[in-house]
Design a protein around this ligand. Sequence first.
Ligand code: NAP
Length: 247
Amino acid sequence: MKAIVITGGSRGIGRAVALLAAARGWAVAINYRQDDAAARDVVERIEAEGGRAIAVRGDVTREADVAALFAAARAAFGDIAGVVVNAGVVAPSSTLADMSIERLRTIFDINVLGSYLTAREAARAMSTDRGGAGGSIVLVSSAAARLGSPNEYVDYAGAKAALDTLAIGLSKELGPAGVRVNAVRPGLIDTDIHASGGQPDRAARLGKGTPLGRPGSAEEVAEAIIWLLSDAASYTTGAIVDVTGGR
Ligand code: NAP
């Protein structure tokens, strides 16, 4: 059974990826920051269907926590074949002029540093020139990276643009070592992240204005991520895939 690591796998898009991956035959290690009950629920659902899963609490901005996540996944399942760099946060809508240094640090720490640390650990674990068996990394970016998110969160948008660039550079670095690297840019997806940014109705409200006329679901994003992880995408690397309903 191939094993996959998913950061932020307890809720939203990460949770949907965990459930779909397990249904498609992957063993799943999810990371989460604080919501033990949500993480336990994902593991129990997967085990109830006969799958294999573990949940590892940790903060992706902490180097030791990221290393511990991969160590736990390897101890449970052996070689890692896929990593979904998904944990991410927004903050309440604001113009740049009104953003505090604390907010900027948090947004860049979690979305950029946390993602780079996770991708680094993935490179170390899967590269064939370091003893790994090869694999696939999917970075969860955002349509914000090309829209810029004015008056909402230009900090988050810039942080996600860093992940698009990482997909391009790291795919070239790791291609010869048997690791594909791609990014997915979700649009307006119906998850709790919008409530955490102070706009619980954001996806429903703005989703109506997209070409497909509705917000997307976490499951629809998970389908694209699982495809990129799988051998069906064996010649796809360095790609940035929009899952935005045309937005
Ligand atoms: P969500 O529902 O708010 O879930 C966030 C997940 O990340 C939770 O599992 C949370 O764990 C975890 N997390 C947050 N900070 C963490 C940290 N420092 N260390 C480890 N785990 C952490 O978010 P979502 O909507 O599914 O978003 C998932 C990804 O998709 C993010 O990168 C987001 O930027 C991106 N995205 C989302 C949308 C959208 O419309 N929903 C659009 C574009 C891109 P706890 O619950 O334990 O804190």
